[in-house]
Design a protein around this ligand. Structure first.
Ligand code: TRH
Length: 380
């Protein structure tokens, strides 16, 4: 008789943007592909999902995508058997009937809250601790993170090898970029820009336009386009648009599928990323990057930014530390970027080496999917 697979349910509510679905979709695929689990991914907004994975049928209550059973999380919950392991992503509230189903199971399920990523020290102390209880079912905190004692980061098996191969293959990069309509000039720096609205953008664009080296800036369609339009003095920017201002070429890209976005990051010399998932993927790209952190009330996101910077800049020379910290802080408070950018450019070779070293150091940790599976293994 074939061995029954352990069943996992992942619940995702799309609060806004793409990070919630971006993280849970990656995780679900990896649990299926690398750990042989039966995974159901419950999502309340299939339209956001479709942007990352165009095969999604936004009207289907149930569908299989890359081995994952994708379920529309209905407004009216239908009776459903609870799984062996239940992950509530980012503190989303499970349907109460489902919680009852968990409590009624003969074998109590493992219930975890997958939290947002943070480099703050307190995460280490809280990772894996019991949280609330519902009847007999105990919930646990599961924190991703950068340091030993956390749940690690999502990293698929063989990811870094694939990335390195791609980065060593100019022809593969050329074909990929051409598929997006990008013809990279050989001497131009290639930069990707994925960010929230930012008043600091204009001065960064000014600096790139006035630089002695040319820059080709790739901007996937999204929230930053309004600031780009204002700087260019145009309206209605859409995928395919190309505008040249002095040394700067600005090109708008379509929002690509999630795997292609990785390849885009791998092609670029520098990546501006945001939120949680693209932030992690930029680190696996092994290239210098700029993080636009998701804004939170009372500016608590700035503490999170500093906590990450504190870890990230270890091992850099003092001037390079100052350069990258200055650039990141300016970007996150919408200040002028030009001086910080020029300062950063001076330390380029060091920052490039450092980005690769940071990536390798992070890859020494167990990845998040493996850590979750180990947590379950230790719990049963
Ligand atoms: O979209 P985000 O801003 O998501 C945010 C953060 O996760 C934040 O922490 C959370 O609180 C908030 O959502 C609700 O940024 P993030 O996390 O980088 O997610 C973007 C996803 O979109 C990521 O999986 C990469 C993917 N993506 C593509 O698939 N194609 C693209 O062209 C681009 C630009 C991104």
């Amino acid at each position: 008789m074939p061995e029954l697979k352990t069943r996992w349910d992942i619940f995702c509510t799309v609060v806004d943007n793409f990070g919630d679905i971006g993280v849970t979709w990656r995780l679900a695929r990896q649990l299926v592909a690398e750990h042989g689990l039966a995974v159901r991914l419950w999502v309340d907004d299939l339209r956001a999902f479709e942007r990352l994975c165009p095969e999604i049928d936004t009207h289907a209550a149930q569908q299989w995508q890359q081995g994952v059973e994708v379920r529309q999380w209905p407004a009216e919950w239908q009776p459903t058997e609870a799984a062996d392991v239940v992950i509530a992503a980012f503190a989303c509230q499970l349907p109460s009937a489902y919680m009852d189903a968990m409590a009624e199971r003969e074998k109590t399920p493992l219930w975890m809250n997958l939290d947002y990523l943070s480099a703050e020290d307190w995460v280490i102390g809280c990772h894996g601790l019991p949280s609330v209880k519902y009847k007999s079912v105990q919930k646990f905190f599961f924190f991703p993170g950068f340091q030993r004692g956390t749940g690690g980061l999502i990293r698929e098996s063989g990811l870094l090898e694939r990335r390195r191969q791609f980065q060593q293959d100019p022809q593969a990069q050329k074909v990929f970029l051409q598929g997006l309509g990008v013809d990279r000039a050989p001497d131009a720096n290639l930069i990707s820009l994925f960010a929230y609205e930012n008043t600091g953008l204009a001065s960064w664009l000014d600096a790139m336009a006035g630089d002695s080296t040319s820059t080709h800036l790739l901007v996937p369609e999204g929230r930053i386009l309004g600031d780009v339009e204002r700087w260019l003095g145009v309206e209605g920017l859409a995928a395919g648009a190309v505008h040249v201002r002095e040394a700067l070429t600005v090109q708008v890209l379509p929002f690509v599928r999630q795997d292609q976005y990785d390849e885009l990051l791998w092609c670029c010399d520098f990546n501006a990323v945001r939120g949680e998932d693209s932030f992690v993927r930029a680190q696996w790209a092994g290239r210098p990057f700029l993080w636009h952190i998701y804004r939170q009330e009372e500016d608590i996101h700035l503490d999170k930014l500093d906590a990450f910077l504190e870890l990230y800049i270890k091992g850099l020379s003092d001037p390079a530390r100052e350069a990258i910290s200055g650039l990141w802080r300016a970007w996150n408070v919408g200040e002028k970027m030009a001086d910080h950018w020029q300062f950063t450019r001076k330390h380029w070779p060091e920052l490039e080496k450092h980005a690769e070293a940071w990536c390798l150091e992070q890859a020494l940790q167990a990845d998040l999917a493996t850590a979750l599976v180990q947590f379950y293994g230790n719990w049963i």
